[in-house]
Design a protein around this ligand. Structure first.
Ligand code: SF4
Length: 321
């Protein structure tokens, strides 16, 4: 079934409006998902900037975003570092990260992919923007992947949605009771997560699924802020793959958790408990898990059962089971 039809249906699905970044894109009306609007379309966010019921952006931030939407900081490498610390809620973060154009190579790739499309998805209007995290703002468990897939998250606008990796991940989350359904095909499919939030250290689809270290570092302030905002509820993190592991360590350290020395290398099943570092704050468990990429799964480097076991362990440590 052509994806475009599903997307249009999704716009009127009540469950579709539960995340603020969805409000942001729906404010622009029909065509808000189109690739031609991929560059932080002012129409998309105008609804938010006018207020109710989308009035959650603070006044100074609204002013800042108006500037962004006029185009001044596009391609500004400092955009994430300047903007992320100002955000005070996860929905605000979601609504802001989708405006980011800090990495020229990734902006070009995500938009080019959305224009050219894969034959099987030629009727889709690709998202072709940064893909925000997905899941509740008070999650006890975070799952951290790598980056959106060119024809997965970059097409559908939701992380791990519409690609084989997501099929494995969401099936595992559903099996342990943390996802409302095993499949994840598009943003309006009704999927909800319970106690778990999925995010990535790089929010734009990279060529060959390989962001550069410079792109990872440019994107880091979004992840750092997201984890800071989740911190009051966060008890455990499952890290999918070595790239995410490397990306996460400085973020955790900067957020005040005490990392062991030497830092453990990534491995499937690696587990560490980080002291809170500050009185009154709780410790954090960090677990390594192979990424459920198509290659890892097809070579049986990782199996659905292995993914499920690590997620179950993380959910248990987070107090969700
Ligand atoms: S990868 Fe991150 S920092 Fe770079 S453009 Fe995308 S959202 Fe912005």
């Amino acid at each position: 079934m052509p994806g475009q039809k599903r997307l249009k249906t999704a716009k009127h699905d009540k469950s579709f409006s539960t995340v603020n970044y969805e409000d942001a894109i729906n404010g622009g009306g029909e065509g808000a998902n189109s690739v031609s609007n991929a560059a932080a379309d002012p129409d998309d966010l105008r609804g938010d900037l006018r207020g109710e019921p989308r009035g959650e952006l603070r006044g100074d931030l609204r002013g800042d975003l108006r500037g962004d939407l006029r185009g001044e900081p596009r391609g500004d490498l400092r955009f994430p570092a300047r903007r992320a610390p100002l955000l005070t809620t996860v929905p605000e973060l979601d609504a802001t990260v989708i405006c980011c154009r800090a990495c020229p190579r990734l902006v070009e790739w995500r938009e080019e992919t959305g224009r050219v499309k894969r034959k099987a998805f030629r009727e889709w209007d690709y998202w072709a923007r940064p893909v925000p995290g997905f899941g509740p703002s008070d999650a006890a468990l975070a799952v951290i992947g790598l980056a959106p897939a060119a024809h997965g998250g970059n097409r559908t606008g939701r992380i791990f949605t519409g690609d084989p990796s997501g099929d494995v991940l969401y099936a595992a989350l559903h099996a342990i009771g943390l996802a409302s359904q095993p499949g994840s095909s598009h943003r309006g499919d009704g999927l909800t997560l319970h106690g778990v939030r999925i995010t990535v250290p790089v929010h734009c689809a990279p060529p060959q699924n390989r962001p550069t270290t410079a792109e990872r570092d440019t994107c880091r302030p979004w992840l750092a802020r997201e984890l800071q905002l989740l911190r009051p509820s966060l008890r455990a993190v499952v890290v999918l793959g070595g790239f995410a592991w490397q990306a996460l360590m400085p973020v955790l350290s900067a957020a005040g958790w005490q990392l062991p020395r030497p830092r453990p290398a990534f491995g499937h099943g690696t587990e560490m408990r980080l002291a809170a570092g500050e009185e009154g704050r709780r410790e954090l468990y960090v677990l390594g898990c192979y990424h459920p990429s198509q290659r890892n799964v097809s070579t049986k480097t990782v199996t659905p059962a292995m993914i499920r076991d690590i997620l179950r362990r993380g959910a248990g440590l987070a107090g969700l089971l």
